[in-house]
Design a protein around this ligand. Structure first.
Ligand code: ADP
Ligand code: MG
Length: 521
């Protein structure tokens, strides 16, 4: 499904403006060793504990390419549906900085390992939109200058020096902060599925340069500014909104946008100039004489392709077609592989819900009926949809509150499956199930155990329900007369009263049925 909504614009004093965004994402390659040395890439090691002579730029040291990093870059290219270049070149990008001891960064400039590709970005309401990928190239990370360790000195930590990065460049295809955020989320999800980057933005494993320009709808691209090194999705979005507004104000004030590099100040929520845009010739790129061109054959690419895992889009399509989920639900469930796995463990055998067609043919699950009495009394949902609602609703809610990851969930998929079985076979109502689930989350006990211990089993004995109904109708004779005179809405009131009288345990379907009969008497 491709979005057909009107172009997104922001209002200026003189009319609407369109925002244009392109992202350059630096993603640290998941690899135990660096791109051209055997030094470790472990996060949070003591400063300068993981530095080989190559990483420190010692003269005469030769880089040796790490094959795993090449595999990872090619696998990422395949995951981005991109052209894989069988021949690419490593170039030196020359500049001077204290945390770049060699005086150059080894990167790929004119011939990257991966060419054009695309990403389907998931937007609110289950819509999606394609964003073009321009290229992906491999390069080394630089070290880190520490300015806050000493009042008068700057220290340099070279642990990151030489770590493999993939720079993934998008086309200027995004039109709002929301789309840019969705792009980063989707890219991160693909990288994590592939296991080529852990996507930890707070550890610096993924960071973005955000290119923003504005234009009148339909006009040619405007001059862009590049906001460097933004390391959270929220900051990316804030930076875009601030920067677009700033550019509109400049243009409407009769000024012009100067192409420049800017910084995002997250404390102030604003961008400010860092330096004028450098040009490629300033870096004096040239092929690194220490490294031959990177060459491989199509068979190698095909071997990697054949071994790729199922990726989010394919999984989403499968969740829609096999489980009948909406595009929105499917997109939410597949965003993290761990969530998708959890969900599938709930719905698939051996933990599948007991509700099978052969056993309960035609049984309609009446989960939510007494929550909205009188209206849509019967809500019919498939077991897959119910499981999706429980994972995205109750489970996400409690995990969120507890600050836990789905892999740390105190309720296992099998255990949640057990709870849903009890709803499906009528042992408990959907409403009681929520209470039971909260207890399961707290104690780790099974649904069946909690239901027995707390006596939460649904009243399915029609005699008991009839008695409760009779009492309520007798106590509200006036309302019964009103109902019979045509005030249909009162049905919900009676349902509510009987539910209250039975401690919420009356089987909703049965209650519904018996009450309808009794009111007709
Ligand atoms: P450089 O390598 O000098 O930063 P590129 O031309 O490779 O420049 O573009 C870098 C990024 O800027 C890409 O993500 C691209 O989509 C984006 N971009 C290019 N032109 C514009 C523009 N007018 N507005 C917004 N983004 C743009
Ligand atoms: Mg750039």
């Amino acid at each position: 499904m491709t979005s057909t909504s009107a172009p997104l614009t922001i209002d200026g004093r003189t009319g609407p403006w369109e925002i244009v965004i392109g992202l350059e994402t630096h993603a640290q390659v998941t690899s135990r060793a660096k791109l051209f040395s055997g030094a470790s890439t472990e996060f949070a090691a003591p400063p300068n504990a993981q530095v080989s002579f190559v990483d420190a730029g010692f003269p005469g040291m030769l880089p040796v390419i790490n094959q795993l990093c090449i595999d990872q870059a090619v696998r990422t290219g395949l995951g981005l549906d991109a052209k894989i270049n069988l021949r690419s070149v490593f170039d030196r990008k020359n500049y001077f900085y204290a945390d770049l001891p060699a005086g150059y960064q080894i990167s790929q400039y004119l011939t990257p390992v991966v060419g054009q590709g695309r990403i389907m970005v998931d937007l609110p309401g289950g819509r999606s939109r394609e964003v073009g990928i321009t290229r992906l190239h491999l390069e080394q990370d630089a070290g880190k200058s520490l300015h806050d360790q000493h009042p008068a000195k700057t220290y340099v930590d070279l642990n990151r020096s030489g770590v493999a990065l993939m720079e993934i460049v998008s086309e200027p295809d995004m039109r709002s902060a929301e789309e840019a955020g969705a792009y980063v989320k989707k890219l991160r999800s693909i990288l994590r599925y592939l296991g080529t980057c852990d996507g930890n933005m707070d550890e610096g494993s993924m960071r973005c340069d955000v290119n923003v320009s504005v234009r009148r709808p339909g006009e040619a691209l405007g001059t862009r500014c590049e906001i460097k090194n933004v390391n959270s999705i929220r900051f990316i979005q804030q930076a875009i909104d601030y920067e677009a507004r700033r550019q509109v104000d400049v243009l409407e004030g009769g000024g012009a946008i100067r192409q420049e590099t800017r910084l995002f100040d997250s404390a102030k929520g604003e961008t400010r100039p860092m330096r004028g845009k450098e040009h490629a010739h300033d870096y004096r790129y040239f092929p690194d004489p220490d490294l031959p061109p990177l060459e491989f054959d199509q068979a190698y690419v095909e071997r990697l392709r054949a071994a790729l895992p199922e990726l989010p889009d394919a999984k989403k399509a499968r969740f829609i077609s096999s489980y009948g989920l909406s595009p929105y639900d499917a997109a939410v469930l597949v965003a993290e592989k761990e969530t998708a796995d959890y969900y599938e463990a709930v719905v698939l055998p051996p933990h599948a819900l007991m509700l099978s067609l052969s056993k309960h043919e035609g049984l309609v699950l009446r989960q939510a009926q007494h929550e909205e009495p009188g209206k849509d009394l019967i809500l019919s949902l498939s077991k897959e949809k119910i499981a999706a609602n429980w994972v995205m609703g109750e489970l996400f809610g409690l995990l969120n509150k507890a600050g836990k990851d789905i892999t740390e969930s105190p309720v296992s998929p099998a255990s949640l499956g057990g709870l849903l079985d009890l709803i499906a076979d009528g042992t408990i109502s959907g409403k009681i199930a929520k209470e039971v689930f909260a207890l399961m989350f707290e104690t780790g006990e099974s649904a069946a155990g909690i239901v027995e211990k707390k006596g939460l089993r649904q009243v399915t004995d029609s005699g008991a329900i009839d008695r409760a109904i009779d009492e309520i109708l007798a106590a509200h004779a006036g309302k019964v007369a009103e109902y019979r005179a045509g005030k249909d809405k009162l049905f919900g009131f009676f349902v509510g009263q009987v539910m209250k009288a039975t401690g919420g345990k009356a089987n909703p379907a049965l209650l519904n049925e018996r009450l309808t009969l009794k009111l007709k008497e």
